[in-house]
Design a protein around this ligand. Sequence first.
Ligand SMILES: Cc1cc2nc3c(=O)[nH]c(=O)nc-3n(C[C@H](O)[C@H](O)[C@H](O)COP(=O)(O)OP(=O)(O)OC[C@H]3O[C@@H](n4cnc5c(N)ncnc54)[C@H](O)[C@@H]3O)c2cc1C
Length: 400
Amino acid sequence: MDFKHSPADEAFRLEVRQWFKENLPRSMQRNMELGFFPPNGTDRRAFHRLLYKKGWVAPHWPVEYGGTGWTPIQQHIFEEESTHADAPYAAWSSTRLVAPVVMEFGTEAQKKKYLPPILNGDVQWCQGFSEPNAGSDLASLKSTAKLEGDHYIVNGSKIWTSEAHHADWGFFLVRTNTEVKPQHGISFLLIDMKSPGITIRPIIMISGSHTVNQVFLDNVKVPADQIVGEVNKGWGYGKFLLGNERTASAFIYYSRRELERARIVAQQEMIDGKPLIQHPHWARRFAQLDIELRALEYSVIRILTGERNKSDAFAVTSALKIRGSEIQQKVPELAADILGPRALRYFDGAVNPEIELASLMWPDYVPGRIHGALHSRAYTIYGGSMQVQKGIIAKAAFGL
Ligand SMILES: Cc1cc2nc3c(=O)[nH]c(=O)nc-3n(C[C@H](O)[C@H](O)[C@H](O)COP(=O)(O)OP(=O)(O)OC[C@H]3O[C@@H](n4cnc5c(N)ncnc54)[C@H](O)[C@@H]3O)c2cc1C
C-alpha cells in the first residue's frame, strides 16, 4: 500500500490550507487553541455559515443535495486541514447524524423541508435518543408518542442531549407501540424544540462545560408527518445513524492536532535545564501515542480507499470508535501530565477575561488543558460505551 497522496490531492490540500489561512477568523482559532472543547455554539454556527458560503459545509453529502463531490481521500484531507487550522467543527448532529437519515428514509417533502436549512445553517439539531434508564439498552426507552388525529402526543424525558439548548429541532426515538418486542415499537420523530411542553434542564459536566441537558416532553403535540420512514421502524434508522456517529467518532484529526499541541508544550517546559520532550520518559510517551495514532489513521485510510470487504462493517466501526476514543483521552491526559500541578488550576472556558489575565502570568497553553482532559472522559461513553462496542465486535466479528 502506498501511503503517499497523489499530486492532485496534495494540490487540493494546499488550496484548502490557503482558504483557511485567509478566511478563518482569529477569534475562532484562538478559542480552539486555548483547548476548551467542544467549541462554543456561537463559533460553530458562524463557522457553519462560512463553510456554507464557500460550498464546503457538507462534503460527505451527495452532490445533488449540496455535497462537494470530493473523493473520500479529499474529505479526509479537508478534515485534517480544518483541524490543523484550529477551526471549530460545523453543526455535527445536523449534517452528519440526522441529514443522512432524512436522505435515506425520508419522503421527498421531508427532504425539501429539512435539508436546505441544515445546509445553510439556519436550523441546528440535537439528538434525543438516551433516557435516564435507557442508554446502552436503548431499546428499553419509555418516551411515548400516541397518535391522536393528525398529531402525535409525546411524553417522556431524554437525557445527555448535547446542545439541546442551542438546537432549533431535535430527532427523537419514541415508543409508538408498547405491545410488541421493544425494538419493533420505536419510531424516529422530528420535533421542533420550540414546541409547547418542552423543558430543557442544563447538566454541568465535570469539566465545567454546559453541553448536555435533560429534556422533558410533556404532552408535546407533533404533526404526524414528522415521522421519518415507517412507523415502528425507527430502531433500524437509529442503528443506521449510530453507525455513522461511531465512524466519525474516531476523531483522529482532533487527536493529531492535540498531540502536536502537547509536543509544543513539552518543547517549552523544562526539567533540569532541558526541554521535557528530550527526557526519555516523556519522549517514550510521545512516541507511543504517535505510533497508536498513525496505526489508527492508516486503518481509517484503508477503509476510505475501500481496501477491505464490507461484511464486517459493524465490527469495524466499533473498533475504530474504541481506538479513536481511547487515543482521544490519552492525548489531553499527556498534556495535563506535562504541566503537573499547574494543570490543576481550573479556568472557566466561558470567561475570556480570566483566561486573558492568566495568559499574562502563564503561557497560553496552560488554561484549557485540564478542561480538555476532564471533558475527554466522555469520549468512551457517548455514541455507545466502550464495553458495549466490545460486545458488538464479539458478536459481529467472531459470532460469540
Ligand atoms: C458528553 C455526552 C454527550 C452525549 N450526548 C448524547 C446526545 O446528544 N443524545 C443522546 O441521545 N445521548 C447522548 N449521550 C448519551 C450516551 O449515548 C450514553 O451515555 C451511553 O449510551 C451510555 O448510556 P448510559 O449513560 O445510560 O450508561 P449505561 O447504559 O447505564 O451504562 C453504565 C455502564 O454499564 C456498562 N454496560 C451497560 N450495558 C453493558 C453491556 N451490555 N455489556 C457490558 N457493559 C455494559 C457501560 O459500558 C457503562 O460503563 C451523551 C453522553 C455523554 C457522556
